[in-house]
Design a protein around this ligand. Structure first.
Ligand code: FPP
Ligand code: MG
Length: 311
């Protein structure tokens, strides 16, 4: 019930704050926002604020800013990846062109900082800008490693930047808005939650149901990306074969499918799920020192949603 009330307020404010003077910026921004998404970032920002004793409504514009940053990163990411689909429909870059997609992303990112300068404080701005720096760095790292077999350390550096740091910023910012002072601990709760989210995302790329996720399986292998399901069973695979496939410019669909199935038969899916659950366990432990209330319970429920989601 509470989650639905918060989600309604988030949807309304997401549309209200997006008010550029130029129509095409509005159309492009709205296209991405209307495309859906789980709104996990504003939700955990508001819940973290409530858990720490604040009125979650107070963190609404901050959560909206964090969702705009997420939206901006997706607009840019689809240009970088040359993606044609996003959230089950044509990507914004395909419809409006790369130039408009990048510039609308710039607008949304700046709008987010504007919201933070109005409703937040310097420490929050520092937290958020640090997260965006790490996101951009991790994207460059990921790009530079396409076609290569990467180490587990590099993998976690990439997924922390891709998803973890922004979740970390959400929990930290929300908590600070609610009056908590333990920024580091809050940040780590979010970081681990984001890590778990991305691990499950990477698992779904191997074992998801395309009907539910809206995307075909095997994309990461197809794009030459090493993710956890593969890394977790690498010791039982022929390393040279894996490297050849990742590095090949146009791998055959048979090769991709056969490696994908082998990773699953070796238990790569189970191991990835276990690792995600481990990250969430640590996040839950860290939450132990924060007040017990209905907002915290809702955060714990969201963590289970992250681990058991199918899309
Ligand atoms: C999606 O990865 C990528 C991200 C969530 C992060 C993108 C970050 C940036 C472009 C840098 C930050 C930029 C701004 C403006 C804040 P993916 O390609 O693996 O996933 P996908 O299947 O959803 O495309
Ligand atoms: Mg992408």
């Amino acid at each position: 019930m509470r989650r639905m009330v918060l989600l309604e307020a988030i949807e309304k404010r997401l549309l209200e704050e997006l008010n550029p003077k130029v129509r095409l910026v509005l159309e492009t921004g709205r296209y991405l926002i209307d495309g859906g998404g789980k709104r996990l970032r504003p939700l955990i920002t508001m819940l973290s604020c409530g858990m720490c004793g604040g009125d979650p409504e107070g963190a609404l514009p901050l959560g909206v800013g964090l969702e705009y940053i997420h939206a901006a990163s997706l607009l840019h990411d689809d240009v970088v990846d040359g993606a044609k689909r996003r959230r089950g429909r044509d990507s914004a870059n395909l419809i409006f062109g790369n130039e408009v997609a990048v510039l609308t992303g710039d607008y949304m990112y700046a709008k987010a900082l504007h919201l933070f300068s109005t409703y937040g404080n310097m420490e929050m701005i520092r937290t958020v800008s640090q997260a965006v720096m790490e996101m951009a760095e991790a994207q460059v790292l990921e790009l530079s490693k396409v076609g290569e077999l990467i180490t587990e350390e590099e993998y976690f550096q990439i997924i922390d930047g891709k998803t973890g740091v922004l979740f970390g910023a959400c929990v930290a910012v929300g908590g600070m808005a609610g009056g908590c002072s333990d920024r580091e601990q809050l940040y780590e709760v979010g970081l681990r939650m984001g890590r778990a989210f991305q691990l499950i995302d990477d698992l779904l790329d191997y074992a998801g149901d395309p009907e539910k996720t809206g995307k075909p399986v095997g994309n990461d292998l197809r794009e030459g990306k090493t993710t956890y399901p593969l890394l977790s069973v690498l010791g039982s695979l022929d390393r040279e074969r894996v490297e050849r496939l990742l590095g090949s410019v146009e791998p055959s669909e048979e090769e991709i499918e056969s490696l994908r199935r082998e990773v699953l038969s070796l238990g790569g899916d189970v191991r990835t799920k276990e690792r995600a659950v481990e990250e969430l366990k640590r996040a839950k432990e860290l939450l132990g020192s924060f007040p017990e209330n209905s907002y915290k319970e809702e955060i714990l429920r969201l963590m289970d949603f992250v681990a058991f989601r199918e899309l």
